[in-house]
Write a protein that binds this ligand. Structure first.
Ligand code: IMP
Length: 198
């Protein structure tokens, strides 16, 4: 069975994608490779960071791999926090502080439109492919719900009256930026014609 490295140190993300990829690929995270170095993320775009992470690991291990990067883009803030989403309120990457800062920066605005964007960069047989997943919605005026993570309590996807933190996780995974990008990756992999005997 073909082996794919998911460029993440987060075992939860590996398990999540493993469930979807099921029996088609042996999925390995960076922990499975005993790799714990910090990977540079110095691009000022989301696709740039995804490509940078995938390229770093591909150069090191010469194996098929993919990396993802996600950002929240708010129209009124001209696309911010964007690449700074994780560290919007500072390098401590605190979800609550990030949300409070965003609510503060939008407090006088009725323009609440925003989108989550995930880009997955895949190296397969030395070729680079990118997949994008977007979910559009709006930033609520206050936090609601206990589920999910990150900015979920203040993000209301279009077509729903509930925040991501209130929605059932199955629904969130189906319509989310990450879910959509992973599904594109999987569709590509299942139609891929291998040139080697993997
Ligand atoms: P990362 O690319 O997974 O590191 O995520 C970058 C930032 O986006 C972090 O602050 C995450 O908390 C946030 N983020 C990513 N995906 C989601 C999501 O599905 N819901 C809420 N916040 C998210």
């Amino acid at each position: 069975m073909s082996e794919l490295i998911f460029v993440t140190s987060n075992p939860h993300k590996v398990e999540e994608v493993k469930k979807i990829i099921a029996n088609q690929y042996v999925l390995k995270g960076l922990k499975d490779l005993n790799f714990s170095e910090e990977i540079p993320e110095t691009s000022n775009t989301i696709p740039g960071n995804a490509v940078q992470k995938a390229t770093f690991i591909h150069d090191r291990f010469r194996q098929n791999c993919f990396a993802e990067d996600t950002g929240l883009e708010v129209d009124f803030l001209n696309g911010a926090p964007g690449v700074d989403t994780a560290m919007y309120a500072g390098p401590q990457r605190n979800a609550n502080e990030n949300m409070e800062l965003l609510l503060h920066n939008l407090k006088n605005s009725d323009r609440r439109e925003a989108q989550f964007r995930t880009v997955i960069a895949l190296y397969l047989e030395n070729q680079l492919h990118c997949f994008e997943g977007i979910v559009k919605g709006k930033i609520a005026k206050k936090k609601t719900g206990n589920g999910g993570f990150g900015y979920d309590p203040i993000f209301i996807p279009n077509g729903y009256n509930l925040s991501f933190a209130e929605l059932d996780s199955e629904i969130k995974n189906k319509i989310s930026h990450r879910g959509r990008a992973v599904n594109k990756l999987l569709a590509f992999l299942s139609n891929y014609n291998w040139t080697k005997n993997n």
